[in-house]
Design a binder for this molecule. Structure first.
Ligand SMILES: [Zn+2]
Ligand SMILES: [Zn+2]
Length: 322
């Protein structure tokens, strides 16, 4: 089968690799390029030593269904790239994203077929009403919903999203769908205009008073922003560190805000399978709105161009199609 193989930093090439040998196989219809894929391509990643097939935000149709799975060839499905065990102490307190016994899909999805391990079909494969590109957004949206769960949203809350990359844009759309007033701060004019065209208040940095907001999402990996917004957020506010920071980074936090103003600083990464389910339901309900985040659809063979387009900040989500 055809696959876009990451062969080293800054290198992607189309190769022929063996089709997976599994009892349950999904034929990929589309796979979104994620921030992690981009980071791997630009800087390398210890999880993905080359050569590797990247891509985990995918949907497709069942190519081969294992007997008794309840699926048949041709059924459109979306697949969670991982799922927690559901029974360890972390899973039992709802922190499935930290589970040490996760199950994973075998290999990436920037290719034609993905093999699904036998015990995983019931947990991580979900039926969708149609083979539609919007279902590539279920995984990133699941991560966003995990973030939303960490906020303290109340009657009258106002949300501020700092940074309008694809994840910031998804946060803004979720707030909008939930009827929570939201403002986005973004330095890039192109991205700002795009978000504004969806009816979302989008402003330049410096043009907002953070004290007017009680829930702030930091969706840019700049640690100074965390310190600044923890100090500036409204009383009893919450600041979510959504964008990842390096292992060695430290952030200086204004103690007065945490103690006297009851500000909470929280963080999260990844999703638990309940978030994946919630994300799927949300996309089914607001398919058209969420699919606006997909700005480009490109053939898998043009994968390298797609990655370069993303790194230049010219696109939100790009879906690669085999
Ligand atoms: Zn992702
Ligand atoms: Zn677990």
């Amino acid at each position: 089968m055809k696959a876009l193989v990451y062969t080293g930093i800054g290198c992607l090439e189309m190769r022929d690799i063996p089709k997976p040998d599994a009892d349950f196989i999904v034929k990929v219809s589309g796979c979104g390029i994620c921030g992690t894929d981009l980071k791997t391509y630009l800087k390398g990643h210890h999880f993905f030593p080359p050569p590797a097939v990247l891509g985990h935000e995918f949907f497709g149709v069942v190519d081969k269904a294992s007997p008794g799975s309840g699926y048949k060839t041709g059924d459109p499905v979306v697949v969670a790239p991982y799922a927690e065990c559901g029974s360890c102490s972390l899973c039992r307190v709802g922190a499935g994203t930290l589970c040490k016994h996760k199950m994973f899909v075998d290999g990436g999805a920037f290719c034609e077929y993905v093999g699904i391990p036998a015990g995983y079909v019931g947990t991580g494969v979900f039926r969708v009403p149609a083979a539609d590109d919007s279902f590539t957004l279920v995984e990133p949206l699941a991560c966003v919903l995990n973030g939303i769960e960490h906020l303290r949203l109340r009657e009258g809350s106002k949300a501020l999203v700092v940074g309008s990359g694809p994840m910031g844009a998804l946060f803004a759309l979720v707030f909008k769908a939930k009827g929570i007033p939201v403002t986005v701060v973004e330095p890039g004019a192109l991205r700002r205009e795009k978000v504004a065209s969806w009816g979302i208040d989008a402003r330049e940095p410096g043009a907002v008073a953070a004290a007017d907001y009680d829930n702030i999402v930091i969706a840019v990996n700049k640690k100074e922003l965390v310190a600044d917004y923890a100090k500036a957020v409204g009383d009893a506010g919450t600041v979510l560190m959504f964008a990842g920071l390096g292992k060695e980074e430290s952030v200086a936090i204004d103690a007065y805000s945490i103690h006297y103003r009851e500000v909470a600083l929280v963080g999260c990464s990844g999703y638990a399978i309940r978030h994946f389910r919630q994300a799927l339901a949300l996309i089914k309900e607001h398919r058209e709105e969420f699919s606006r985040v997909i700005t480009h659809r490109m053939p898998l063979a043009e994968g390298a161009e797609a990655f370069n387009l993303l790194s230049g900040g010219q696109a939100f989500k790009i879906v690669l199609k085999p």
